[in-house]
Design a protein around this ligand. Sequence first.
Ligand code: ADP
Ligand code: ASP
Ligand code: MG
Length: 439
Amino acid sequence: MKVMKFGGTSVGKPQRMFEVARLVTGSEERTIVVLSAVSGTTNSLVHIGTFLSQGNRQGAKEIIDALENQYQEFLSLLVQSPKALKKGKDILEEHMEFLNIILRISYSEALSKDILAQGELLSTKLFSLYLEEQGVQHALLPALDFMRIDANDEPQVEVIREHLEQLVEQHSSTNLFITQGFICRNAKGEVDNLKRGGSDYSASLIGAALNASVCEIWTDISGMHNNDPRVVERTVQIEQLSFDEAAELAYFGAKILHPASIWPAQQYNIPVKLLNTMEPEAKGTLISATASSKGVKAIAAKDGITAVKIKSSRMLLAYGFLRKVFEVFEKYRTPIDMITTSEVAVSVTVDNASALEDICRELQDFGTVDIDKEQTIICIVGNEVAGDNRTLQRIFESLQNIEVRMVSYGGSVHNVSLLVGSDKKTQVLQQLNSGLFQL
Ligand code: ADP
Ligand code: ASP
Ligand code: MG
């Protein structure tokens, strides 16, 4: 079994869906195709939820109407036969009716998840309709029947495996399966999701659950680049990465991969390939257990970071102090990304600042607490980068004019991380691109 995941732009237009159909029907191996929502749809659905939470039904209704028009046009270009057009109209009607009904229901967090699920449900049903019209034998597997997260929002690979194997077995003569990325059920059995960009995570989880030969992530760029192509002009594609390197890049902001999407593939040793739907012949990036050559591979940046400094000359050296500090973050389920300590202070960073007020209130028992918002983590990744003095020297030579707030070195041999003000991000990425890659 092979997994092929296509992101929002890859299914963003009927023309693109035709191309996806060509790619997924070319395979000899049994294939499970994971689709994102049509690009822009999830954003629209987020806006509908936001308007409803603010009591602005009119605003929500306008977005629903715009979506309806967009999808009607999409359908008219996707299929030709009156039978398929009729079926497509019924699909659109079902989902638009759902959205119109929720306008009359009182808003809740659970409802917002139902709203968000409509994007992937629509894209997969429409793609399946196109395949059907083309006479391509396939089965549509509802992700809500197998994709599960537990009470801590953690996916459960073994439960997913059990359900998915049963579903696949029911279609023993089928070689092509289509399913939704992103959406899942939570511990309460409600519709939920794997967070924005989560279709990559779905693909990796499915790959792990089915012990796939490969998990292909098809997107709008030919693989992982050495730096963020949205920010830096001259970037180059990387042919090979180890799981560790890819996981660090994904976690620290390389948008091409969902932050958590590498661990299932790594744990179950499923190679991941990053490929370009617009340029299918391009080599892309292979991510596998093979250790790649030494040296810096890529730089990524994670925005929206808050640094918290706890200063306490009295308590810091006392053992048990750090544990108490970490317990406060644990209590509010807030993960820490970077940590640095000195004799009088400890600084940590978090990207989820929703419980920051409570956290700071409790931390004040231990010392003076300072907060720096709008920070960015710059992560320099490569095989044994942290074991190479020359790399460190080059990093700091490149950033002589930049105020660096924190440095994390030696936590992992694959990563050196810096914290800088977000207003410096572009400059830092560009200067490191020249300093480390001579680009
Ligand atoms: P999809 O909709 O297919 O999931 P995404 O927009 O989530 O696609 O991810 C692909 C985008 O990630 C690219 O268009 C690119 O702009 C961005 N990106 C950010 N950092 C990197 C990187 N280091 N290498 C490649 N792409 C990157
Ligand atoms: N459609 C979802 C999003 O836009 C999931 C994804 O595309 O991966 O976040
Ligand atoms: Mg994505």
